[in-house]
Ligand binder design. Sequence first.
Ligand code: FE2
Length: 466
Amino acid sequence: MGRERRRMLTAVLRIFGSRFHQYLDQQIEEARQKARTLDVKDNLARMLVPPVPVSRVATKDQELDFLKYRSPSYVGPMSDSVAEETLLALRKANGPKPFDAKTIAEIALNSPMAYITRREGDDWVLDFAGITLFPYQPLTVSQFRFNLEAETFSIIDIGGRTHRPGDPTWETAITHVMAWVTVGIPSGAHNWVHFALPDTAASAEERMKLRDSNVSRLLAVHFRFTNRINYQALWIQRSSANAPTFKKALVPWLHMPFYEDQFRGGILRNTQRHYAKLVDHFDMPRSLDRRIPYFTFLREYYEVCARFAEALDPALEDDAWTEFAGMVERELPGFASVPRAKALGVLIWQVGVVHICDHLTYFPYIMTYGFMKVPQSFSTPYTQRDVSRWDRWKTRNFANAFVNFNPSEGLDQRLINVEAYGFVPDSVAGKAALQFKSDLQALDARLSAAGKAMVPVDRMIQSICF
Ligand SMILES: [Fe+2]
């Protein structure tokens, strides 16, 4: 493509970016003028048995905070990055890198796909029955089974037939698994991290009256922006209401194969299933299978978070904790009986480590191999060489906007920014926070030296905010 055409394309998309800024200014003005509205939608999910608490509408302050600090971070991926992706697609340089069954096994053990991967005898089984998906293109894969030592692999399709290397359907089967891994992580495997517990905790934190407390200071940092982003994801659905229409096809980052109700339905089922026994959730970090590298990594960070919560505990106010825990208890019975330090250790780990690590371990895979469209069954031959530039363009634009973390200008959200808590320096809480920072950095150094720092600590952020 000529330099002139490239410059024009970039200029057009930059104009789009500047219009986005104008749009944000307009949104801020509207949010300022709007009174806080009461949400009625959050009752709908209570019809599920057992009910699952879900995102409440953001308050006016939360809305303004998000529009000011988080919304501008979407401008780059939705303008300049789209220009870059368009150039790559036009140059036919955006195809997936060649992959095989080993590549998918690697993803299963080193990304959020691990949540639905379990051991069966000598095999690992990536089992799609572990998540509920209601896509508008039929789910074609049931299981991907592998044993890396023995180099044995098999794929069970949705009809129960087994496909093995050497079968005429094998390349097609591998291609389908990669597509459903690409779709399944953001729309299923990652749901429990965002919804139900973080939602409820964020909403309780916002309603706390004892704000001049260490409990509130700590929670405010770890649940900042969460109500707004989750409410958008679950009810507004600007990125997941993707009816297969011409209009939607033209929006660069809209690609996941779901109508809005289908996407929401999957989230509700997946979170309901995960939190059905709340006590199990708080035992989860130490029960993660150490044979899975992603889990070993997450567990190491859990120990640091748990130590921080223990050290902080004597500095936490009983009345403030009772107020917060009581509000969460009303939505998620059983929460108040979880020991305070344990509850906080898990919450900090979930929103400050697991969330970002899910995104940043998945991001390189989706950029390198990901795509989302495959035929309705294995009977139509379809291999990785058939993946379209359009599919890759849309998938990579989606990943740039919603999977990668794009930092906010003027706001340090790094997990190691413990000054954000605002604890009194040299107090028990202040010292615990500094120790937390140095423990995080020490763990990162140890893991980096061993080549096991899947996500550097410097890239971890404090809250679910994207
Ligand atoms: Fe997320």
